[in-house]
Design a protein around this ligand. Structure first.
Ligand code: SF4
Ligand code: SF4
Ligand code: SF4
Length: 230
C-alpha cells in the first residue's frame, strides 16, 4: 500500500485523514477542536480490525524498522489463532498485542522515577529512557505484558504510537501506514469528527481487560470467525 494513501497532515490547526477504505476525509479546524474538546488536548487511540487482518505481519516489520526495535524484542505482536475449520477450508483469526495506552496506566503508577509517564498533550503513554533505572516494576505491573527491556539502552520500552518517529514527522504510525488491508485506524478520541470515533461508533468493538479499570485506548473489531479470546 502506498503510504501516501493515508497521510496524517498536521498543519496550522488542521488534521486531515484520508483512507483507502472509507474515503473519509475529515478536516477539523482548531476553532472546532477548541469548541468540541473539553480540555483542548488530544487523546490518541487505535482500532485494530481483526476481521480485516490477514496476518501478513507487515505492521511488525514496519514498527521494527521505523523505531529501531532490535531482534528478540517487539513493540507489536500479531498472534495467530489455532486453525478454524477442517482441511481444506481452514482459516485463522488474528489478534494484535501492543501497548493499550491506558488512561489509567498501572505502569505509570508504579514507576519510582517518572520514566514511565503519560504525555498529557496526546494521552500517549511513553518512556523517558534516561530516567529508567531498570527496576522492572512497570513490566510486572502491566496487565497486557507488552513492556520489555531494550537490549541496547537497558530502558523499559514499548509502543509509543511512534510519538518520536512518525508522529513527530506528521505521519501516521508506521504500523498503520504499512497495513495492506487497512486493518488499523489511528486518531484522536477527543475529536467527535475523527475517523477513529466513526469506526468505533459503526462497528462492534471491544477492549481487553477493561474490568481492571485501566481504561485502554486500543479498540478491537471482532472477527466473525471462531471464539473470541481476550
Ligand atoms: S498496556 Fe501496559 S505498558 Fe501500555 S499503558 Fe497499559 S499498563 Fe502501561
Ligand atoms: S523499569 Fe524503568 S520505566 Fe519501568 S518502573 Fe522501573 S524505572 Fe520506571
Ligand atoms: S504505533 Fe508505532 S510503535 Fe506502536 S506498534 Fe505501531 S509502529 Fe510500533
Amino acid at each position: 500500500m502506498s503510504c501516501s494513501r493515508r497521510d496524517l497532515l498536521i498543519g496550522t490547526g488542521a488534521i486531515i485523514f484520508t483512507t483507502g477504505i472509507t474515503s473519509v476525509a475529515a478536516s477539523v479546524s482548531s476553532k472546532t477542536l477548541t469548541a468540541t474538546m473539553s480540555d483542548g488536548k488530544k487523546r490518541y487511540g487505535m482500532v485494530f480490525d481483526s476481521s480485516a487482518c490477514i496476518g501478513c505481519t507487515k505492521c511488525e516489520e514496519a514498527c521494527r524498522e521505523t523505531n529501531n526495535v532490535p531482534d528478540g524484542v517487539s513493540r507489536l505482536e500479531i498472534i495467530r489463532s489455532a486453525p478454524i475449520g477442517e482441511h481444506p477450508d481452514v482459516t485463522y483469526r488474528f489478534d494484535r498485542n501492543s501497548c493499550q495506552h491506558c488512561d489509567n496506566a498501572p505502569c505509570v503508577h508504579v514507576c519510582p522515577t517518572g520514566a514511565a509517564y503519560k504525555d498529557e498533550a496526546t494521552g500517549i503513554i511513553d518512556v523517558e529512557s534516561d530516567k529508567c533505572v531498570g527496576c522492572g516494576y512497570c513490566l510486572a505491573a502491566c496487565p497486557y505484558q507488552v513492556r520489555f527491556f531494550h537490549p541496547e539502552t537497558g530502558s523499559a520500552d514499548k509502543c509509543n504510537f511512534c510519538r518520536d518517529t512518525n508522529l513527530k514527522a506528521g505521519k501516521l504510525p508506521a504500523c498503520v501506514l504499512s497495513c495492506p488491508t487497512n486493518a488499523l485506524v489511528f486518531g484522536d478520541l477527543n475529536d467527535p469528527n475523527s475517523e477513529i470515533n466513526k469506526v468505533i461508533a459503526n462497528n462492534s468493538v471491544y477492549r481487553n481487560k477493561v474490568e481492571l479499570g485501566t481504561q485502554p485506548k486500543l479498540y478491537k473489531i471482532v472477527d466473525g470467525k471462531g471464539e473470541i479470546q481476550r
